[in-house]
Design a protein around this ligand. Structure first.
Ligand code: SF4
Ligand code: FES
Length: 273
């Protein structure tokens, strides 16, 4: 079904059949509906193709296909589509919005559906509710610093290899493709990227233990599954986050659990004399 490289421009128009999941709302029954789409510019993006389909539906007085998007350049993580069974479509290291129609052949049937993961319920058509990720972030994806003027960038030295690795982890755009690709709906790659990003930097040390403990506990509470080392998550990740971060997080988690168990308790009740 998928054939050509996504980078090679083409000028030959293509016609496809779009098979899209339509669902009027949460807990409503859904079904696939087919739309023939003719004479598409192969250099339009996948989301632009959906725009064209929606223009046609609106012209006929029909409900447009609901899909999530924002930046359309691989930054925001909003465009959560499963294209031909793969979160973010056929190519490695790019988001749905960076997928071009020249990735497909004339006459192809392209199946588009929302993420299928219990913690990400369908809101409508191709849109899922991924606020579970926000809830995980809120219990640990931060450092405690007083707001104020920006500190001197050189005040806290950071080893180059730690800075590079932290930057790799910081690439995570919270799209949720890792969860959608995992048969267990595990969020380990997402959480490990967040834990790894801050845990590698000096500024993240104060909350390092509480961060990993709280984020993992929230992840479990919200119904994400366990990692069984299939690595479908990193294969689907548009930012190529390495599953090595999961191993790093597991080590952090074990150490934090141990330290928590033997943590000395302060007698200070707070408040001062
Ligand atoms: S780890 Fe990758 S796939 Fe998972 S949320 Fe982050 S960017 Fe998306
Ligand atoms: S729309 Fe922002 S990453 Fe795709």
């Amino acid at each position: 079904m998928v054939a050509t490289a996504h980078t090679a421009p083409s000028t030959t128009p293509i016609s496809i059949t779009l098979r899209v999941w339509r669902q009027a709302g949460p807990n409503q029954p859904g079904k696939f509906v087919e739309y023939p789409v003719k004479d598409l510019n192969p250099n339009m993006s996948f989301l632009e193709m959906l725009d064209v389909v929606n223009d046609g539906l609106e012209a006929k007085g029909e409900e447009p296909i609901a899909f999530a998007h924002d930046c359309r350049e691989g930054i925001c993580g909003t465009c959560s589509l499963v294209i031909n069974g793969k979160p973010h479509g056929p190519h490695r290291g790019i988001a749905s919005c960076q997928t071009y129609m020249r990735s497909f052949n004339d006459g192809d049937v392209i199946v588009v559906e929302p993420y299928r993961a219990k913690p990400f319920p369908v809101v409508r058509d191709l849109i899922t509710d991924r606020s579970a990720f926000d809830a995980i972030q809120q219990v640990g994806g931060f450092i405690t610093v007083r707001p104020g003027s920006a500190p001197d960038a050189n005040a806290i030295p950071v080893p180059k290899d730690a800075a590079d690795l932290a930057m790799d982890a910081a690439q995570c755009i919270g799209c949720g493709a890792c969860v959608a690709a995992c048969k267990n709906a595990s969020a380990m790659l997402f959480v490990s990227a967040k834990v790894g990003h801050l845990g590698l930097l000096p500024q993240g040390q104060a909350e390092r233990d509480s961060r990993v403990l709280n984020m993992v506990a929230k992840m479990d509470e919200l119904g994400f599954g366990n990692c069984t080392n299939q690595y479908e998550c990193s294969a689907a990740c548009p930012k190529l986050i390495s599953h090595d971060f999961i191993a790093r997080m597991n080590r952090d988690y074990l150490g934090a659990t141990f330290r928590q168990a033997f943590k000395p308790k302060s007698n200070a009740a707070g408040g001062g004399a």
